[in-house]
Each structure stands twice: as C-alpha cells, then as structure tokens.
Design a protein. Structure first.
Length: 438
C-alpha cells in the first residue's frame, strides 16, 4: 500500500477500505456487505470523502466467485482507486476480465507487467504492455507493446496515443467527406439528365480524383499531423480524456463532416449551374457545354476539398504543405496536358481545348469569378467552425496557453506524469483506477 501512496495511485488523504485476510466465503461476503452498507449510508449523508479499496489475493479468491462479483464491482464503483495485492497469475487475469465485463459497452482495458507471472494478465487485456525487466522477456513477448521503462507510458499514451487517434479519425472522416462531395454533385446532375447514365465528369476525372488529386495529401497528413505540441499534450491530461469513448469518430462528428460535405456539394454544383445558365454565361461559352461545366465543377471540388484539409491541419507541417503544393501543381499540369493533347481513351479526347475556352474564351470572366467566389462561399462555414473550435478549445480553457505563445502553465503540470516516472512495477501487485479507462 505504501507503493500506491508514494506513486500517486492512492492520492493523499484517500481513505483506505481494507478487505483482506478472509478465509472463507462467509467472511468475504460479510466484509463486502458491511463496507457497501457503510458507503451507501455515507453517500446519503453527502459525504465527499474519497475512498480506495485494498483487497488481497486470499480474499479475492472468494470475491471473484459468481455470487460475489457484483458486490465487488459495486464496491469498486465507490472507490477512486483499487489495489489488488499478492495475486497469482490467474487472479491477475481474472481481475482484468472482471473490469472488461463490468458494464456495457465494455471498457477498454490495459495491463502492464514485467515478469512471466504477468503473461496471463497481458493476454487477457485489450492492450498489453510489457516491460524489459530483470526477470526476462516473457512479458515483452506476450505483449502488444514493449517499453524499456515504465515512465515511457505517459508519452506513449498522451503524445503518441492522442496523435495516432487524432490522425486516424480525421483520415477516415476526410475520406468519407471528399467522396461525398464528389458523388453528390453527380447525384444533383442526374435530376437534370433525366436520371440517365450520363455523368457530369469525364472518365479521366473520375479516374484521377481519388488516385492522383486527393490521395497523397491526406496520407501525409495522417502521418505528420499533430493537434497540439508535445509539451501541451504531456501537461494537460484532460485532452486525453476528451478523446475517450471514440469521441472523434462518433455519429455526431460523422454527421458534422457530412453536413459540411452536403453544403459544399450544393454550393459548388449550383454555383456552377448559375454561372452556366442563360443570361450569366455568354452564348457559345465553354461553360454551356457538358465538358466545360464538368471541368469547372471538378476544379472547384478539388480546390474546396484541399482547403478543407488545410483548415483541419494544426501543425502546419512542411511535408503536408509540400505534398499539397505538389498535388496542386500536378493537377493543373494534368489539366494543361488534357487541354493541348488528345487522349484517345473514352470521352477524354473531347476535353482538348476545353480549359483554353474556359479561361480565355467568352466564359473567361465567369470562370475566373467562379474560381474565386464559389470556393469562398463554400468554405465560410468551415472557417467559422474552425474559429469556434480554436476559441473554445479545451486547452485554452484549461489555461495551458499564455497569450499567443504556446507555453505550459505550471499549475497544470500533469500529476500522472510524475506518478509514471516514480512508480515501479512489482510481481505480486495489480493496480487499476476505476475512474479512468484507456
């Protein structure tokens, strides 16, 4: 128990509830009932005292039985932290299984160990972390991740863990978003083509959209993007809590991205439609043709989805910007190539000269105006949303930023970070915090 207090697992002032040295089911059941009744009475009196549960392997052998598990879980629910000491390898795995089955949906569990007797626990947990220790590498071989020191856990969770989830979530959402914009514009066109098989885009555009024009930037973004600097992530544990329960990939966030995609598709398609309509575009202009209309619409979609990715980037990494610039140059070089060279594949040969007519012919003014005004109109809600996110960000609210400079507030130093740097794992103890899940 001293290790728990010294490491910070048991906070200073935490009242310890001891359920130890029980030799039979009756003693264990009576002890659990007695502690539960006391806690329920104190909770009715609005007692704000925090408790920590201590239970040994001998007692746990009876507490894990079928008719005692619910009482044990209920007692754990009243506790800020739980210390299980002097456990066998099988009991360690049973404790992890107990937490996994404690509620629905099941919490994600993480187990950490450095010895052979920790292997069952590591195998039972969703995520097993093995430490290189003096007892060999059995725990490392049975784990999902291996650390040289226990203190590396804070950086693995708060820095690498947050960044991995942030990147993965945004990559998934962006793929759905960019394809939604592209597909919806074709769906709108079907209302004007009598739902025929005619598409608004040339076949070469359909081929290049996902292969060339929107693939590389999001891949590099998914590798290099960082929402917050490392110092902020390590000093603000509430950020990690904010991404729990799959927050970024929730239905709410998915619907938000799709709403932006719906808005962008409407603005882009009908913006081009208005510019191509009679009285706006000059007679005989390229915008009045199907290939001209589709080419301009395709160009606007590419601009908007690229700007959307930039608006969702916070680290402004050189590689992300370099990839976007190369993609933009490649895209418009492809348009130039299509404009001057006949491509003898499908309907791509009909695109020869279309870009010259769009920007140099009678439709030049409408095309230039559309390339400026329509993307701005489409992206305004995204800019407002990004501004709101930055101004009501959890890090700003916590005071970790001082003015414009990203400096860490000393008052928000991470207590768990010191816990991880001081704690040492032992062979006969399993510790878990009931108020937090990975």
């Amino acid at each position: 128990m001293n290790v728990s207090f010294l490491s910070g697992h048991f906070a200073p002032g935490l009242n310890a509830i001891r359920v130890t040295k029980k030799t039979n089911f009756l003693e264990c059941s009576a002890a659990l009932d007695n502690e539960l009744n006391n806690l329920k009475l104190k909770s009715q009196d609005h007692d704000k005292v925090k408790y920590g549960l201590v239970i040994d392997g001998q007692t746990l052998n009876f507490a894990l039985s079928a008719n005692q598990r619910e009482r044990l879980l209920e007692l754990c629910g009243y506790s800020e932290a739980v210390l299980c000491c002097r456990l066998t390898p099988v009991q360690k795995a049973e404790v992890v299984r107990l937490v996994k089955q404690s509620r629905s949906p099941a919490p994600i569990t993480c187990a950490i160990g450095d010895g052979a007797n920790d292997v069952p626990m590591l195998m039972e947990a969703h995520v097993g972390i093995g430490l290189f220790g003096k007892e060999g590498r059995q725990a490392v071989h049975a784990s999902d991740y291996a650390f040289g020191k226990f203190r590396f856990l804070s950086r693995a969770l708060f820095f690498h863990g947050f960044n991995f989830y942030w990147r993965s979530a945004n990559v998934v959402l962006y793929f759905f978003y960019k394809n939604l914009v592209f597909v919806l514009t074709q769906a709108y066109f079907s209302f004007y083509s009598q739902f025929s098989t005619q598409t608004v885009f040339s076949s070469i555009y359909l081929l290049c959209y996902n292969v060339i024009m929107t693939s590389s930037p999001i891949v590099v973004y998914g590798i290099m993007e960082m929402r917050y600097p490392e110092t902020v992530l390590l000093s603000t544990p509430m950020i990690y809590k904010a991404i729990s329960r799959n927050a970024f990939l929730s239905w709410k966030n998915f619907a938000l991205w799709n709403t932006f995609g719906l808005w962008h598709s409407i603005v882009l398609f009908y913006g081009c439609y208005i510019l191509a309509s009679e009285g706006v575009s000059k007679p005989g202009g390229a915008l009045e043709t199907l290939n001209g209309f589709g080419s301009m619409l395709f160009s606007l979609i590419f601009i908007v989805v690229t700007v959307k990715l930039l608006l969702n980037s916070y680290s402004f990494n050189f590689m992300v910007f370099f990839t976007i610039i190369v993609t933009v140059i490649t895209t418009y070089l492809l348009f130039t190539f299509i404009n001057f060279v006949v491509i003898p594949t499908g309907d791509a040969q009909d695109l020869k000269g279309i870009w010259s007519n769009l920007f140099c012919g009678s439709s030049a003014m409408a095309s230039l105006f559309g390339h400026i005004a329509i993307p701005i109109l489409a992206i305004v809600p995204d800019v407002i949303y990004r501004w709101l996110l930055d101004n009501y960000d959890i890090v700003h609210d916590s005071g970790c930023y001082s003015g414009k400079k990203k400096s860490v507030n000393p008052k928000n130093e991470l207590t768990l970070r010191s816990l991880l740097s001081k704690s040492s794992s032992t062979d006969n103890e399993v510790e878990f915090n009931t108020s937090q899940t990975l």
